[in-house]
Design a binder for this molecule. Sequence first.
Ligand SMILES: C[S@@+](CC[C@H](N)C(=O)[O-])C[C@H]1O[C@@H](n2cnc3c(N)ncnc32)[C@H](O)[C@@H]1O
Length: 294
Amino acid sequence: MAEHLSQSELDYPFKLLEYFNGFRVSKMIFSACELGVFDLLLKSQDALSAQHVAQELGTSMDGMERLLDALVGIEILEVETAQGTALYSSTDVANLYLAKGSAKSLHDMIIYRSQTVYPLWNNLVDAIREGRNQYEKTFGLPSGHFFQAIYRSEEEMLKFMGIMSCHWVLDGHDVVTAFDLSRFQKVVDLGGCTGALANEMARAYPASSVTVFDLPQVVEAAQKHFKQEDSGVTFQSGDFFSDEIPGADLYVLARVIHDWPEEKCLALLKKVYETCKPGEFPRNQGHPHTLAGR
Ligand SMILES: C[S@@+](CC[C@H](N)C(=O)[O-])C[C@H]1O[C@@H](n2cnc3c(N)ncnc32)[C@H](O)[C@@H]1O
């Protein structure tokens, strides 16, 4: 570690302190999102006092004042003083990413992190000791099948699908255009969920046909709640372990491989290799292509 952290860290451990206090910053943002602080400040035309925010959101005045000051400290909110009263307002960043409703809102992702991921990470020590996920200990759900736990109700499934989409609003275009993929005529996004990345792909390469392949209940929900009619993306349902996967000359596996143990990954990648139409690799290596993302 000493080799990677700068010399000054030996005199005073700035980075180390930042690392192990990082959870406090996460919790401040999670709490403000859950309480609706950013939504209220976005709606309000004027900067608001801590008392006003506390009253509107039904919290203690002392707790809210501390939270607002802490958010000013990490430059997510701004404060000005008028006649001895501190008045708080949102920054553009908070309005764009932390409040509900903007096209780039990460609100749902933050709520999921707060209510599902954070409690799971609380059991990280046990996860490492036992080598398995902690759904059972954290939520009393069977941990044997990861997606059965995540998709335990339609509401939970839609929440998960929502946060999967959020990521691609930020990075999707950059990811699909990082390489020129225009020569691939048929693209299949395995485990493509809502189709958010597939939509970016179809937009960037309008001459390609793009198909999302995912579990039946996910495909049904994707078409009902997330489908973008004009994107031209098609959906096919199935299980990529037990069913045939559609033929393609490019497969996308975005954030899929990391979900599975080694033997399942190898089985899936073998299936992709065998089904993928051979094509020309940029440096003429002449083997099928897999665009794998994690
Ligand atoms: C972590 S999510 C990633 C979603 C999407 N690729 C993305 O990056 O936003 C994994 C996806 O794999 C799908 N999946 C899980 N098991 C599957 C299976 N056996 N067959 C097909 N899809 C599956 C899930 O429904 C989910 O959409």
